[in-house]
Design a protein around this ligand. Sequence first.
Ligand SMILES: Cc1cc2nc3c(=O)[nH]c(=O)nc-3n(C[C@H](O)[C@H](O)[C@H](O)COP(=O)(O)O)c2cc1C
Length: 181
Amino acid sequence: MNTIDDIIRARRSHFVKEFNGLTVPEEVIQRVLENARWAPSHKLTLPWKFRVFSGEEKNVLCQTMERYYMEHTPVEQFNEGKLAKIRTFPSKISHIISIGFVPSEKVPEWEELAATAMAVQNIYLTLTAHPHAAGYWTTGNGAGSDFMKKQTGLPETGKQLGFFFVGMVDEKRHDAERPHQ
Ligand SMILES: Cc1cc2nc3c(=O)[nH]c(=O)nc-3n(C[C@H](O)[C@H](O)[C@H](O)COP(=O)(O)O)c2cc1C
């Protein structure tokens, strides 16, 4: 994978059911976070707040997601399959990166939301360069709630934008379709 075109187009979301349960090396996580920091932000406010959960702390967060699903899902939407999937999280996911930002009030809030999304793209692209480390941005599992804001250590003024689930996969998928625009 050499050119920028190749890297952008080979980037894929890999999901929990594809994770093999192995641990992503710490240096990969550090590289992901360092490259996230190189995203552009107006007035260089670097608004994003990423918090990495690994090991036992990651397992506790997964259990919190399970509890959140049980306590917040309306009865008519409750799905045993979804619950069973959440219960696989601790054994499948290697690291969870909570995605959030804190508005600096130096620029409009939407610009800092946009800058944070660009930082997440850098996470995605950095993982693309690794043969087995992979993941995806999820906005399910209580993302955006005040409850998850507290659980992930964001201040009251912060915005919680979901989670990047990271894991190891045996083989990456690279092909995808994009409709013509
Ligand atoms: C802001 C955002 C939120 C997302 N939330 C979810 C999600 O909650 N669940 C999910 O399965 N995928 C989620 N995704 C991943 C998309 O489903 C995925 O990017 C899309 O299917 C295209 O696949 P690709 O990333 O491999 O190109 C999200 C992506 C973005 C950018």
